[in-house]
Design a protein around this ligand. Structure first.
Ligand code: GAL
Length: 408
């Protein structure tokens, strides 16, 4: 009797220890994000039905909380099997150069990804002649979304320039509509919007130069961007500090606010809420520019379920995975061999723009600068929202760039 019991306990212990699992770490919990992730899980589970997926999410847009949790786990020798990371500086500086990842060049060769992804994307997941993560999408950060019904009701045209933005905002305000929805709860959303103002004022070349020293942060166009942003902030909802990015999008859905500057995960949110009365133009002054970022996943050293990760990465890079995920997520595939007619209207237009617009890297989403720079940039802009002092803020931006070793 006792022997049987001991045997049973031992067996069940073995089953729990060796049961096939994969822990996937991300911050995709909001409308659109969660649905996109679920599509990837569905495909993976169909192919590997015996593997249990542990969906390790930490809520907070742009990884506001997830990144700190990830850091603690990685430094503590307890990496998730795979984790969401932005291609570019966030991947390479934070995790690759520091020796935390395994190269996955063999997967690129086996799956032929280097033949179906554009050079610009391959470059930002490469280091030392190896590939380090699989990009699952391309997101666009510089979009102005608007509620079509409100615009129709007041006979307004979506603004393309800053001047038009302020004209439209005045009319909306006079009708008691919040002109620009904003959420600043997670500390990154204002910096996101400001990034698009920098692009609008400096153009692609000038904006790119901010991150490599060719444009000085003391440039009068940066002053103009700050002054303009301060003016824009006069048209946002007063409860912005209590709202996350998706709760700001909710104001558009509810018809309380008319516009919102956000990445195209917002469209994923709108779809998830069955809201289709939205329109889009580029953020003011951003005509012809694609402010880009890419979500990717890699293989951390010491991943407990290495084989399962490799198979999950295969799904991420596959045509089927990229199609199902991006339809829900609002982004476009990193692969260029997927028929755009399979996507909703917004993504079709983004896929066309991706081929013809000038591409700049998003700073707020890890593509343009190291994480320490991004953190300081976002903190300074958060302070600016509370106290829009242009001089002090510009000085701070200059010092931050200097501290990053970029001559000013
Ligand atoms: C970005 C991420 C997107 C989206 C957004 C809001 O950083 O790349 O996929 O999820 O945050 O959470």
């Amino acid at each position: 009797m006792w022997r049987k019991l001991v045997l049973l306990v031992a067996m069940s212990l073995l089953v729990t220890v060796f049961a096939a699992k994969i822990e996937i770490f991300s911050w995709w919990t909001a409308g659109g994000e969660a649905e996109g992730l679920q599509e990837l899980f569905n495909i993976y589970s169909k192919l590997y039905p015996g593997v249990e997926i542990i969906n390790a999410t930490v809520a907070g847009g742009a990884g506001a909380q997830a990144k700190a949790v990830l850091k603690t786990r990685m430094l503590g020798g307890d990496p998730p099997d795979t984790f969401q990371v932005h291609a570019g500086h966030e991947l390479i500086d934070t995790w690759v150069k520091t020796g935390f990842m395994e190269p996955i060049t063999f997967l690129y060769k086996e799956e032929g990804w280097d033949k179906v992804m554009p050079k610009g994307i391959l470059d930002i997941v490469s280091y030392n002649g190896e590939y380090w993560s699989v990009p699952v999408n391309i997101h666009r950060a510089n979009v102005l979304w608007y509620n079509k019904k409100i615009f129709e009701k007041y006979g307004l045209k979506p603004p393309k320039t800053f001047e038009e933005f302020f004209q439209v905002a005045e009319v909306l305000k006079s009708h008691g509509i919040i002109p620009l929805a904003l959420g600043t709860k997670d500390g990154w959303e204002a910096a996101h919007a400001f990034e698009t103002v920098l692009i609008g004022k400096l153009g692609a070349e000038g904006y790119r130069g901010l991150w490599n020293g060719k444009t000085k942060w003391s440039d009068p166009r940066v002053t103009d961007a700050l002054e303009t942003f301060a003016r824009m902030l006069q048209y946002v909802n007063s409860d912005h500090a209590a709202r996350t990015w998706d709760e700001a999008c909710a104001l558009i859905v509810e018809g309380k606010a008319a516009m919102n500057i956000m990445g195209d995960w917002a469209v994923g949110y709108f779809y998830a809420k069955n809201f289709y009365d939205f329109g889009w133009v580029l953020a003011p002054g951003n005509e012809g520019i694609f402010d880009a970022l890419s979500d990717s996943f890699g293989l951390p050293k010491g991943a407990k379920n290495r084989e399962n990760v490799i198979n999950f990465l295969r799904v991420l890079g596959s045509k089927e995975g990229q199609l199902a995920f991006n339809i829900k997520k609002g982004s476009i595939p990193a692969r260029t061999d997927i028929d755009k007619n399979l996507f909703p209207e917004y993504q079709r237009s983004a896929m066309e723009d991706w081929l013809k617009h000038e591409i700049v890297p998003s700073v707020m989403h890890g593509a343009a600068a190291s994480e320490s720079w991004v953190t300081e940039f976002k903190d300074v802009i958060s302070l600016f929202v509370a106290r829009p002092d242009v001089k002090t803020t510009q000085k701070a931006l200059v010092s931050i760039a200097k501290a990053q070793g970029v001559p000013q």
